[in-house]
Design a protein around this ligand. Structure first.
Ligand code: 2PG
Ligand code: MG
Length: 428
């Protein structure tokens, strides 16, 4: 019999993909098993998110995490030592109580999420985490990838206003092929930009950062890249947008700085709905400011049942908010980011609420990431049908896509994906 009691919890400062400090936690069990995890960090964060603890002051732009790291060894460790690592719900409840604040800002959302994930890894060992997380005997599937081609918004100096211009390989027969298709689109996009002299650099999640004149040009270029790669847009590979609208909403208007104009909510909704009509877009995330419930309801209705309207800043991985959105028909899918809510148990509750209410669920990484691949295991183990981790480039992104390939390899047949009929965009 294994002894899965926690014997030590240790925090250390490591670095994320933006060169900023973040928290790593290592948990060791009585039988010698250990688990490790690194907290990610968002740039376009929702107001309802768990709050990272940062030191402030002059060093590292105030973003150092020495306080959060210290809280791991000084407070979290003594609280968890002796507890059963397999009891994730009990561990997470203890962390929530120890912090004592709804936003987890005392110990730090960063310290808490890294601990929660590290405990799961320790309890899973030596097998893969995804297997440990499964709670039924149904078929194991890989999530359908959603991959960034161009970055904008807060991730690219606001060169364009919308944040993520992505593709979804909706017609791919398996996970391995899905990545090949997207790699072809990514390469085609690079060639098109080079030919037109439009490439300026790379955004935070590794997507190209082009010199576009307006937001629609970026959408159009995604479609042209799909065509240039030899795929049928909307049938084999479709477009997905994260508008991250809260980022450019102020005083009741949407300020499209790249286009030199501001629109009222009706005008902005009409602009987005026009894009949905003209382009093969199957997903649109945070189309409106995060507190505009009525706007989400109207937008979801107008977008039609075949489009996923995804709540990110709007739902912040909160099961209660997801349940309310399901009741209200405000959106029809949720982005699930463990660090938005702070613990694996709470993140899973948001995903379960989505599944129970017929909402889609996309497990997602953050714009500030690391080599940590926990989100991939969560998506597979929890049975989420979609995964968003940024572009096809940069080690912190490929670490995740490649971890999916290892799981696919183990499952065989290229890694089965959910059937197309399970998505709102439906059959071929
Ligand atoms: C988002 C994420 C990932 P951030 O808005 O969906 O693209 O960005 O981590 O900055 O919130
Ligand atoms: Mg988002």
């Amino acid at each position: 019999m294994r002894d899965a009691r926690v014997v030590s919890v240790h925090g250390r400062r490591v670095w994320d993909s933006r060169g900023r400090p973040t928290v790593e936690v290592e948990v060791t069990l009585a039988d010698g098993r250990a688990g490790r995890a690194i907290a990610p960090a968002g740039a376009s964060t929702g107001r309802g998110e768990a709050v990272d603890r940062r030191d402030g002051g002059p060093t590292l732009g105030g973003r150092d995490v020495q306080g959060a790291v210290a809280s791991v060894d000084a407070e979290i460790g003594p609280c968890l030592v002796g507890r059963e690592a397999a009891d994730q719900a009990g561990i997470d409840a203890a962390l929530i109580e120890l912090d004592g604040r709804p936003d987890k800002s005392r110990l730090g959302g960063n310290a808490i999420v890294a601990t929660s994930m590290a405990v799961a890894h320790a309890a899973a060992g030596p097998g893969p985490l995804w297997q440990h997380l499964r709670d039924d005997d149904g078929p194991v599937r890989l999530p359908l990838p959603e991959i960034q081609i161009f970055g904008g918004g807060a991730h690219a100096g606001r060169r364009v206003d919308f944040q993520d211009f992505m593709v979804v390989p909706i017609g791919a027969p398996d996970y391995t092929t899905a990545l090949v298709w997207v790699a072809e689109v990514h390469l085609a996009a690079g060639r098109l930009l080079a030919d037109q002299g439009l490439l300026q650099g790379f955004a935070d999640e590794g997507g190209y950062w082009p010199a576009f004149t307006d937001n629609e040009q970026a959408v159009e270029m995604v479609v042209r890249s799909i065509d240039a790669a030899g795929f049928t847009a909307g049938v084999e590979v479709a477009v997905s947008l994260d508008i991250a609208a809260s980022q450019f909403h102020a005083d009741g208007r949407y300020h499209l700085a790249s286009e030199g104009r501001a629109l009222d909510p009706d005008g902005f909704s009409a602009l987005l709905l026009g894009l949905l009509e003209r382009y093969p877009i199957v997903m649109i995330e945070d189309p409106l400011v995060e507190d505009d419930r009525d706007g989400f309801v109207a937008f979801t209705e107008a977008a039609g049942a075949h489009v996923q309207v995804v709540g990110d800043d709007y739902l912040v991985t909160d099961a209660g908010r997801v349940e309310a959105a399901i009741r209200d028909r405000a959106g029809n899918a949720v982005l699930v980011k463990p660090n938005q809510v702070g613990t694996l148990t709470e993140a899973r509750a948001a995903l379960t609420a989505a599944h129970n209410g017929g909402f889609g669920a996309i497990v997602s990484a953050r714009s500030g990431e690391s080599e940590d691949t926990t989100v991939v295991h969560l998506a597979v183990g929890w049975g989420a049908s979609q995964l968003k981790v940024g572009s096809m480039t940069r080690g912190e992104r490929t670490a995740k896509w490649n971890e999916g390939l290892r799981i696919a390899d183990r499952l065989g047949n290229g890694g089965p994906l959910p059937d197309r009929s399970e998505f709102p965009w439906g059959g071929p």
